[in-house]
Write a protein that binds this ligand. Structure first.
Ligand code: 1PR
Length: 592
């Protein structure tokens, strides 16, 4: 496919202030990669605008036009629209935008490559014309940001220029963690219409850049959100809407936003749904460790200190259920996020492991909260000599329904290399994926093991005084990172790794602890405190949850943004709702 830059003036009347493609930086290999992959996989062809003529609108009441330019997870919005009974017509030409009855633009990825593609395909001009004509439009996330004049993301880069203002990065020096990931509350203006059912409930955000309210854009703003500062969470003018949050990832309340956009004549809700949202909520995440058992079935398993085999003569892989079924159950139970970790991914090639892709595809049909997938994300050459970049692996996961990918072993090697050389090569999977999809889409999963020492100077890694002394009375410990599912210890500590991967572009840290895994005795508070105090990105505390009290403890004693558990949920010992209720009682804000 060629990303054509043919003039669009033959079909659209001339307009002012259009972003000129010459002001956009040259197409990055990443954006072209995405675009080409998209065309290749979706059998879609973007035609030159010259070949178009404006047709009369033909969409039915249950049809919606979707502008998918090929980056990130657009499957979720497709699934949400289908779930709501709508059929989707994909934009293939700029003319499809002009002829749409209602258009959804779920922008994902980074600002510059997105604008690059929009300009080169003539879509930018068509979008501006469509919006100027007050046609029904819903932009999501980057689809909101692109409406502004420009963005500082790898820029400045010119946007569509529909709304006055510059999209800038959240200021982490104000003591907030960037990216802004999680469920936050809105301050909804009067005439928002599509937000009528949101009321005082949390919706899901994931972004590092935001537009801020000003006198010039105040007429557009339909809601704001607070995260260190007030930023624009939605805009509305006439039939044109855009939201910074992800309705397709905001559970039932998010689906109501889409429903109201698709059915603008729905009666206004007299009383918004109940809720008590006021700020960013602490997240409760359900984690599914997935692997193939000895019979060849893909199962959810769970280890004790990473040993997932039964202590029986058969020594079978523990089978705690089917991945898609369990994920669906956890969604209904109120999980704020679901993680799938392909725990044998370090030895199998993920794209050869199609069941994992299928799990994502099926899960994302009915689960409307964020999905993370990890395991085996790295560059790979298969038996026939075909080389797959980690970017291709990640792209396939995103296309299959993942919102974030999680990198384990490969991030350890990248961090070791970076610490040794002091140079960011830009070639590691972590750097490549975060460059293309944004760092909010990249989680680094750390599998550390506690190593007790007698003295802080015993090892060249960050050593802390531990709350509970070691078996020989040792008062200190460091946390050694491992690879290959805990099988191999590496010469790097969790502290050093966390700092390095933040530099390399990780957007979030999933902090496991081999010693605590499956023990049900609580999170390793010393470790979670160490890491969550050392980095500016969100940290997910993982391993060891046994009771609801363990969740409140980790939120009260550390700066963790989320807490993850597996065994207690799989064995139905503690329902997710009980955890949430307990956190509420302890006055810790959660999404209910
Ligand atoms: O190295 O990029 O291929 O990624 C492999 C991924 O698989 C890593 O994220 C790694 O953490 C995970 N993994 C590998 N082996 C195991 C294992 O258990 N044998 N699982 C494994 C890690 C840890 C948690 C677990 C919590 C909570 N599982 O995710 O869910 O400890 O458990 P609990 O609440 O029951 O205590 P790569």
């Amino acid at each position: 496919m060629e990303a054509t830059a043919a003039p669009f003036s033959s079909i659209v009347s001339s307009r002012q202030n259009l972003p000129s493609s010459s002001s956009i930086r040259a197409s990055s290999p990443a954006s072209l990669f995405l675009f080409q992959k998209n065309i290749g996989n979706g059998n879609r062809k973007f035609k030159s605008p010259r070949s178009l003529s404006v047709r009369a609108s033909s969409s039915s009441d249950s049809g919606v036009t979707l502008l998918d330019y090929g980056a990130g997870n657009v499957r979720s919005i497709r699934n949400a629209l289908r779930h709501l009974g709508f059929s989707i017509k994909d934009v293939q030409t700029p003319g499809d935008i002009l002829n749409a009855d209602r258009l959804i633009f779920p922008g994902v990825g980074a600002f510059a490559p997105a604008m690059d593609v929009l300009n080169k395909t003539g879509m930018a001009e068509a979008l501006c014309t469509y919006i100027e004509n007050d046609r029904p439009f819903l932009g999501i996330c980057l689809g909101l940001q692109l409406l502004f004049e420009s963005s500082e993301e790898n820029g400045p880069v010119k946007g569509l220029g529909v709304i006055p203002g510059i999209v800038g990065r959240f200021d982490s020096s104000a003591g907030i963690r960037v990216p802004h990931i999680g469920w936050n509350a809105l301050q909804v203006g009067k005439d928002s219409e599509i937000l009528d059912d949101v009321g005082n409930r949390h919706v899901y955000f994931v972004h590092s850049y935001r537009a801020i309210p000003s006198d010039e854009n105040k007429d557009w703003i339909s809601s704001t959100c607070n995260y260190g500062e007030s930023f624009i969470s939605s805009i509305r003018r006439g039939n044109v809407h855009a939201v910074q949050f992800h309705p397709e990832k905001s559970g039932e309340v998010g689906l109501s936003v889409l429903r109201r956009f698709l059915h603008p004549k729905l009666p206004a809700t007299q009383k918004p749904m109940e809720g008590k949202a006021s700020k960013l909520a602490k997240r409760v995440i359900a984690c599914l460790d997935v692997r193939t058992n000895d019979k060849g079935d893909l199962v959810v398993t769970k280890g004790d200190q990473y040993d997932v085999r039964e202590q029986s003569n058969e020594n079978e892989v523990r089978n705690l259920g089917k991945p898609v079924d369990l994920a669906g159950q956890y969604y209904k139970d109120g999980a704020d996020e679901i993680s799938f970790l392909n725990i044998t991914g370090f030895r199998d090639f993920p794209l050869g492991d199609l069941p994992m892709i299928q799990v994502l595809r099926h899960t994302s049909k009915n689960v409307f909260v964020p999905l993370t997938v990890g395991g085996g994300i790295r560059d790979f050459t298969d038996a026939s000599g075909r080389y797959y970049s980690s970017l291709e692996v990640a792209a396939e996961y995103f296309r299959s329904g993942a919102d974030k990918i999680s990198i384990g072993s490969d991030a350890v090697y990248a961090a070791e290399e970076f610490i040794k050389s002091g140079v960011k090569t830009g070639k590691s999977s972590l750097e490549q994926i975060s460059r293309v999809y944004g760092n909010q889409a990249v989680v680094v999963s750390i599998d550390p093991r506690r190593v007790y020492v007698n003295h802080p100077d015993d090892v060249p890694y960050k050593v802390i005084r531990v709350t509970n002394p070691g078996p020989n009375g040792e008062e200190y410990a460091w946390y050694q990172c491992t690879v290959s599912g805990g099988r191999e210890g590496r010469p790097i500590g969790a502290f050093e790794l966390a700092k390095a991967v933040e530099e390399l572009g990780a957007g979030e840290i999933l902090l496991n602890c081999i010693d605590c895994d499956g023990q049900g005795k609580g999170f390793d508070i010393d470790l979670v405190k160490l890491i969550s105090d050392s980095v500016g990105i969100p940290v997910i505390a993982s391993s060891g949850a046994g009771t609801p009290r363990h969740f409140s403890e980790v939120f009260e004693k550390t700066n963790a943004s989320a807490a993850l558990a597996a065994g207690i949920f799989h064995r139905k010992e503690v329902p997710i709702q009980s955890v949430k209720e307990h956190l509420q009682e302890e006055r810790i804000e959660v999404r209910i």
